[in-house]
Write a protein that binds this ligand. Structure first.
Ligand code: ISE
Length: 335
């Protein structure tokens, strides 16, 4: 049967997922949208036939035509929505970050364990990006040998008005915590955040850019340039340096033009554009797995690990120096 999805939060990502489920994904329909802003909820619901607007997640989750939940509200609202979905035993796709800190993420891990089965997938969409997938499978073949270093660049054209210095880590570098763990198959054991003089183009008091170094339990280093007011566009790149070679993605060379003494191409302006295909693949995979009664994507454990690494990163940003990451023991539910 068609999966009835409640989309919680109708901001930039939530509205894009409503469009995606309505127009791109097969096997699912948006049966409910939830937003604290009733007008906004109504406007978005009006785009989809048979979709009901709600202002609180609880009423949406209790509705008969809701079979699954996509959480796209701001991070601080995720824990309550996740715990509620678990009470209804509803499958969840939760946008990153799982929650804003390690303690709340651990509560979500514990709640899912109590259910006794996996119910939630975390929205680390880069795992569904064609280029990242290629890099992952190349590393998996072993042809390049052991990975020694991973260099990541993560640039946004401009940060939204509510962005804080900590969010460069907890909201943006959250992706590289997952990419590092997933590509290398290592856990991150320590984080160091360095602070170059901020760009004059960042809002006052925003520490932008930042340079982050992860150490892993496999002896690798993964560094991240995070720069959220670079001005020119949205750019995400990764280069793995291994014993027998290197591999690099994200150069955006899909099409190169030559014109009047110049060569080049265009740069995506935001993540909705750059990762459109990845989001499509992610949500379709979630719907397909859910309809088979399975959970296959990045887990709540991955969300917890990312939260713990980011929490250490924010401490390093604020206090300076190297901050170790302490994870609880990985529960059996997560392999
Ligand atoms: C945003 O929340 C995302 O998830 C984007 O992928 C990232 O590039 C951006 O910096 C974040 O704020």
């Amino acid at each position: 049967a068609t999966l009835g999805v409640a989309v919680i939060g109708t901001g930039k990502m939530g509205a894009d997922h409503v469009r995606r489920i309505h127009e791109v994904v097969s096997g699912a329909r948006v049966s409910a949208v939830v937003d604290l802003d009733a007008e906004r909820a109504k406007q978005i619901a009006a785009r989809v036939e048979g979709c009901t607007a709600y202002t609180d997640p609880a009423s949406a989750m209790a509705a008969a035509d809701v079979d699954a939940v996509l959480i796209a509200s701001p991070g601080p609202a995720h824990e309550a929505a996740l715990l509620l979905a678990f009470e209804h035993d509803l499958p969840v796709l939760c946008e990153k970050p799982l929650t804003p800190d390690a303690a709340s993420a651990l509560r979500v891990v514990e709640a899912e364990q109590k259910l006794g089965h996996r119910r939630a997938q975390v929205g680390f969409m880069r795992r569904y990006d064609a280029e990242y997938m290629k890099l992952k499978s190349l590393l998996g073949t072993g042809q390049l040998g052991r990975p020694l270093m991973l260099h990541n660049r993560h640039r946004n054209a401009a940060s939204p008005p509510f962005f804080t210095s900590s969010m460069l880590i907890s909201d943006s570098v959250a992706h590289e915590t997952d990419v590092t763990r997933w590509l290398l198959g290592h856990e991150i054991t320590a984080v160091t955040v360095l602070r170059p003089t901020p760009t004059a183009n960042a809002p006052d008091d925003l520490q932008d850019p930042q340079f982050v170094v992860f150490e892993t339990d496999g002896g690798a280093l993964s560094d991240v340039e995070i720069f959220v007011n670079c001005g020119f566009g949205y750019q995400v790149q990764a280069e793995a340096v291994c014993e027998r070679g290197t591999a690099r993605i994200g150069d955006g060379h899909a099409m190169v033009t030559n014109m009047a003494g110049r060569w080049g191409g265009t740069i995506a302006q935001d993540f909705v554009e750059r990762f459109a295909d990845a989001y499509d693949r992610e949500v379709q995979a979630w719907v397909d797995a859910t309809r088979r009664g399975e959970v296959t994507g990045p887990s709540v454990w991955d969300g917890y690990a990312a939260a713990a690494v980011c929490e250490a990163g924010v401490r390093s940003l604020n206090e300076g120096g190297r901050v170790p990451v302490e994870l609880v023991e990985r529960p059996g539910l997560y392999g």
